[in-house]
Design a protein around this ligand. Sequence first.
Ligand code: NDP
Length: 483
Amino acid sequence: MRAQPAASHFVNGEWLEDTAGEVIEVIYPGTGEVIARLHSATPAVIGAALSGAVAAQAAWGRMRPVERSRILMRAVAIIRERGAELAELETLDTGKPIQETLVADWPSGADALEYFAGLAPTVTGETIPLGGDFAYTIREPLGVCVGIGAWNYPSQIACWKAAPALSLGNAMVFKPSEVTPLGALKLAEIFIEAGMPAGVFNVVQGYGNVGAALATDSRVAKVSLTGSVPTGRKVYAAAAAGMKHVTMELGGKSPLIIFDDADLESAIGAAMLGNFYSSGQICSNGTRVFVQRGIKEQFLTRLAARTEAILAGDPLDPETQFGPLVSAAQHEKVMEYIGKAKAEGARLITGGAAGNHGPLFVQPTVFADVTDDMTLAREEVFGPVMAVLDFDSEEEAIARANGTEFGLAAGVFTADLARGHRVIAQLQAGTCWINAYNLTPVEMPFGAVKASGVGRENSRAAVEHYTQVKAVYVGTGPVDSPY
Ligand code: NDP
């Protein structure tokens, strides 16, 4: 098998296997070939990972921040040196075109590690004058953090969670989605090679029950999940019972509003990026594209032409722009949504069928005349299916864009920048773009409002979510006591 790792788990700086765990077959979505066979973590593996993390965190948390950063920077250098090899593994794990994995997945993970390696040593407390006496604060690590990942950006998600957690002195036990378990194991290996002490970053494989066991363990101080809203509700509730910190990065049905004065080709390019990149399997995608009525037919004609020119095919071919979905289950789900959209009366502009490059392909698909009550406008598809909705006025677009329980992302295209800012200010979303879409540089906070999540990843904002404040009052005179 061409991507078989040395063992299923990486715990306490070493590979660890326990064949008593349920088998996980790792399938390359490009061909359906089994590329690795792993085992889900048993209670013994979960226990070893958590106790190793607790032990390692004590010393890691006390280390000078610049020393921790130096190790993270060595990991960044290794990731960049091995970019081609890591991109190939990511493509085998996810089926995403190598054209994408070379520039988006590990490179974005390396950016996060680099950013937090630089930022962490600058994180300090404050002194508070109290007229003689004073107080000071210390920003302390939380302890052991659990990271639970989705399958769409497995290595990026592992890095985005590890970077703030580890740089600020926490240890982590990470559970990837069982659909894409390989990238996180590479990250664990790279950290050890970079000089990180054993036990600071551990990877255990498994299905949802392993995530649940981690999220409820009393040794865990924080749970950071990237996944769907239903899973988020369960994990958040489990964490709350143990009074744990959480970050929840969940699903969306984000609006992309295109006004009639927008640069049409840019708006179409952004709508395509926000629906077809990674075969549409991106949480922040602008899957409700609101187009002002006057430019609708022109928009659809150019969109159809450009969509039909997308090059689908072998994900490992550098020319390929569009790959398969991640799994048979996801393929079935997306085809069902396409069937429902047709049945509910949406107008198919292009695509709408399974692709002919392999069993897991779906054609890039556009539906027009979508109305707010259709399933396609309400539920997250997580596939290459764009819904185009018409609107007349700014007020109408804002109200309809907000008419959802989701609140992850939003975008506006207009030549009138005053309008761009005015509209964005009224949209209920955590991550927004004006005349751009889906760009998520590490310098910018990433996160959601409403049911799409709590907390923020990336940027200085993440510091709040991986540290806690200790306040210390210092008395400088005799104690004034009435007793
Ligand atoms: P899921 O919610 O199905 O799973 C997410 C992770 O949680 C998986 O590792 C899963 O394990 C685990 N899990 C499942 N049940 C539990 C439980 N009870 N306790 C603890 N862990 C559990 O999401 P998908 O993997 O299907 O990913 C797609 C979803 O992720 C979409 O909704 C998408 O929008 C969202 N997403 C959000 C992003 C964001 O940053 N906001 C980014 C990327 C994706 P297992 O897979 O083994 O069941």
